[in-house]
Design a protein around this ligand. Structure first.
Ligand code: MEV
Length: 316
């Protein structure tokens, strides 16, 4: 039978994670090389429902949680498009985004699946419908989801996200982002919950965290587009301190941040939900990026990726 195909990719948050859940802006870059492809085929009988399989190994809890979110997504898709009576499908997801690293694997899988369904059932979905469907799955995967991952995993340019909408940004400097996987996975759901409980216990901390991150992120977005790499880097490091204080960093991530700064990065921080996952650093030029990368490995990074900012430049 016919196969519906959908694609999406990973993302890295540069500033604003966690605060974005409470209305602050956040800044994310797409990672187009970390691709996700979903292939949907019809099952002989609609009674077979929708089943999901991962083409690459994932841990059992990841598989289960993803399947829950994606099944809900399939039901919403059916309700939205009226294909309910014909909705027997099997979806195979090939996800190159590592799971639990804050790189958007859950949103990217959901987005790819939505687009594969739409393709298989010949339904045109507008951007808002795709967003709503991805968010359905994201809310199952990690409770309160701001929506930044749902958008950034489908964007080809950096985004400044604020309360459900995003502005496209172009980067005005030549640095290189170095992303380092700490080698431990962190649950975004647990991290978001930890922050919520912390704010509940000490209500004053919420406003000060959210306001300070919002100011940093807005200023960083101006540095980014105006080409002030050093200032942008300093804001990354400032944002890390706030995230560490709120409790979502780990010793390993702190060690990666320290190593990147000691190697001459312009700035470094945790990226994404935290409690594991990744750190991101900004290096001024390729030589520095390689030095940072080497020291990140020495400090325990399991994997690193170098993403030239020029890839998102105005002329790119
Ligand atoms: C996850 O990539 C970013 C968080 O802010 C959660 C969210 O915005 O949904 C931690």
């Amino acid at each position: 039978g016919r196969t519906g195909v959908g694609r999406a990719h990973g993302k890295a948050i540069l500033l604003g994670e966690h605060a974005v859940v409470y209305g602050a802006p956040a800044l994310a870059v797409p990672l187009p090389r970390l691709t996700v492809t979903a292939r949907a085929t019809r099952l002989p009988s609609p009674a077979d429902g929708v089943s999901f399989a991962m083409a690459r190994p994932a841990s059992a809890p990841v598989r289960l949680r993803a399947a829950d979110g994606l099944r809900r997504l399939a039901a919403e898709f059916a309700a939205m498009t009226g294909v309910r009576e014909r909705m027997g499908a099997e979806v195979l997801i090939d996800c190159a985004v590592p799971h639990g690293r804050g790189l958007g694997s859950s949103a990217a899988c959901a987005r790819a699946a939505v687009l594969a369904f739409a393709d298989l059932f010949d339904r045109r979905l507008d951007a808002g419908e795709v967003f709503d469907l991805v968010q359905t799955s994201e809310r199952m995967a990690h409770g309160r989801a701001s929506g930044i991952d749902a958008l950034a995993t489908g964007s080809s340019v950096p985004l400044l996200f604020r309360s459900g909408t995003a502005r496209e940004l172009r980067i005005g400097f030549d640095g290189l982002f170095v992303i380092a996987d700490s080698g431990t996975s962190g649950s975004t759901r647990d991290a978001v919950e930890l922050v919520r409980r912390r704010f509940e216990r000490a209500p004053g901390t919420r406003a000060s965290f959210v306001d300070r991150v919002a100011d940093l992120t807005d200023a960083a977005a101006r540095d980014l587009t105006d080409g002030r790499a050093a200032d942008f880097g300093a804001r990354l490091t400032d944002n890390h301190a706030l995230l560490r204080d709120v409790g979502v960093s780990t010793d390993r991530i702190d060690a990666l941040v320290d190593a990147a700064l000691a190697a001459g990065a312009l700035g470094a921080k945790i990226s994404g939900g935290g409690l594991g996952g990744c750190a991101v650093a900004l290096a001024a030029d390729p030589d520095r990026a390689h030095a940072v990368e080497r020291d990140l490995h020495d400090a325990g990074a399991a994997r690193t990726w170098i993403v030239p900012a020029g890839r998102y430049a105005a002329h790119a």
